[in-house]
Design a protein around this ligand. Structure first.
Ligand code: SAH
Length: 446
């Protein structure tokens, strides 16, 4: 059927109506007139696939990547960047209204990028075989695990191509099999590649279904001809799951980490540690968090979900003391090391779950906070953690979030009894070309 797209859904899909009945159509944008075919029909809405663009929207822009429709990574690459930013601002505002119950959420325009491509400092490429039995690497086609062979992602670094080709050649020459998800056999699962944009340092971590990679020293020899190559490690993952990384890192050559810089703080990053993927925007994000924290040098700050201590260290020079809490042991190790690396001594990091460490410290030791900063994963903050934060009654809560829906849900809980007011929300475009958007929210005690 034919449909005119009028709005956009939360996953970046176009929404049009046929006799008032909404159709969700991936790869379409407001202003498109399109011929679509229904793929799934529900009682009150349906999903459809774009068949032919009859009259393209003026909001479109030529995507840089030929694979953008097949790939699960970029949902809105066909939309002009200017409109992408407006779409994200609207999405944040809508979620805060609908899920957060804020009548007029104080949302600023999204902080965008000057060049919204090649911004990612990290990628994890799956290895497998195509129908002809050739070893391939690339990315998973949207919502599947079939690999589209493409080593030059338009969001990623130029070095990816070269590194992946070296690995592919090596597998073929040495008859090393890629992992097969259906049989659980084969060795190489993924290659994780990370680059420090400020330092130029490169890390490659090969995720393997085993503990040994044949002749890996020879592969190291080749990879280390690439300028910036600093770290080659193996990661052991012998489980039949969708989780990419296992727990164990085996050093092969160079260090087991790379170093990068955000602003004037240096960070050591291990393969298993979380590190923001867009360093250019991360600096804007952290500067906003610092501004919202309103530090004068006298404050005690708690940072929950602190990763390798990135935000904690960013705040430390403006605070009296900062305490970080993080669940991944390697990240806490990195955080402690990073404090030393920057000669920052007024920070302390705790290993554990935020929802356990914070209540325990509060109940047993009566800890105090002037400012609490949180940066939880997509699923948001645990309720035990939110309750303790309220009980601790800090002057300000700075909430950094990569998911507007759980952000809105948690802010609603934090504002429920009226002791806090949502005063500012700053969206930051950490993930151009995708439907994702990061936010910093400021809650002030009344
Ligand atoms: N603030 C950091 C990390 C943010 S990502 C940065 O900007 O780099 C979220 C972090 O929360 C990850 O490091 C993850 O390992 C950690 N995490 C996930 N669940 C947690 C929990 N229940 N308690 C504490 N940390 C957790």
């Amino acid at each position: 059927m034919e449909v005119t797209i009028e709005s956009m859904g939360s996953a970046g899909e176009g929404i049009g109506r046929v006799d008032g009945y909404p159709l969700f159509v991936k790869d379409t944008f407001p202003g498109d007139r399109a011929r679509v075919s229904l793929t799934k029909v529900k009682k009150t809405y349906a999903f459809a696939r774009l068949v032919e663009l009859l009259d393209p929207s003026p909001n479109r822009e030529e995507p840089r990547c030929a694979q953008h429709r097949r790939c699960g990574g970029c949902q809105i690459q066909g939309l002009s960047y200017e409109k992408q930013l407006l779409y994200k601002e609207e999405k944040v505002r809508e979620d805060l209204k609908r899920l957060g119950g804020f009548a007029e959420p104080p949302v600023n325009p999204v902080l965008g990028m000057e060049d919204p491509y090649r911004y990612r400092n990290k990628a994890q490429f799956p290895f497998g075989k195509d129908k002809e039995g050739r070893i391939v690497t690339g990315f998973y086609a949207g919502r599947t695990h079939s690999i589209v062979p493409e080593t030059d992602c338009a969001l990623g670094i130029g070095e990816n191509q070269n590194i992946l080709q070296m690995i592919l050649d090596f597998l073929n020459e040495h008859h090393i099999e890629p992992y097969d998800e259906t049989t659980g056999k084969g060795l190489l699962r993924h290659a994780l590649i990370r680059k420090g944009f400020a330092t130029g340092q490169l890390m490659v971590c090969l995720v393997i279904n085993g503990r040994r990679f044949p002749q890996v020293e020879k592969l190291a020899e080749r990879l280390f001809t690439i300028p910036g190559m600093t770290s080659l490690t193996l990661n052991v993952n012998q489980k039949n799951t969708n989780v990419i990384l296992g727990d164990e890192i085996i050093p092969v050559r160079g260090q087991t980490y790379i170093t990068d810089k955000i602003g004037n703080i240096s960070y050591q990053i291990s393969p298993l540690s979380f590190y923001q993927v867009n360093p250019v925007q991360t600096e804007k994000l952290y500067r906003t968090a610092l501004e919202y924290a309103g530090l004068t040098g006298r404050e005690t700050v708690w940072e929950l979900y602190c990763g390798i201590g990135t935000i904690s260290l960013f705040l430390a020079r403006s605070a009296k003391e900062v305490y970080g809490v993080e669940i991944v042991p390697q990240a806490v190790e990195d955080a402690k090391h990073n404090a030393g690396l920057n000669s920052i001594s007024n920070v302390k990091f705790y290993l554990g779950k935020a929802e356990e460490v914070l209540p325990e410290k509060y109940e047993k030791e009566g800890i105090h906070a002037d400012v609490i900063v949180i940066d939880p994963p997509r699923k948001g903050c645990d309720s035990a953690c939110l309750e303790t934060m309220l009980a601790m009654a800090p002057e300000r809560i700075v909430y950094v979030s990569c998911d507007p829906a759980t952000f809105a849900r948690d802010l609603k809980i934090l504002c429920a009894d009226g002791s806090y007011e949502l005063t500012k929300v700053q969206p930051v475009d950490m993930f151009p070309q995708t439907a994702g958007v990061e936010n910093v929210g400021l809650l002030t005690r009344r």
